[in-house]
Write a protein that binds this ligand. Structure first.
Ligand SMILES: [Zn+2]
Length: 60
């Protein structure tokens, strides 16, 4: 089995992990109520997705 010749330094390890951070989830506007929602998911504000009511929400 291949074995690393040297111990990975702390600086090298941290540089490698500089790109590992999570990014904010993508958001898009609901076409019905204009609220921000996750793409390809039912709007939590009005309960609609692609023009269809899928969740019972008061007020709509
Ligand atoms: Zn909505």
């Amino acid at each position: 089995m291949a074995v690393p010749k040297r111990k990975t330094s702390r600086a090298r390890k941290l540089k490698r992990r500089a790109h590992d951070g999570l990014t904010e989830a993508q958001r898009c506007r609901c076409t019905r109520c204009g609220d921000w929602t996750l793409p390809h998911s039912v709007c939590e504000n009005c309960g609609h997705y692609r023009g269809r009511a899928l969740l019972p929400v008061e007020g709509f």
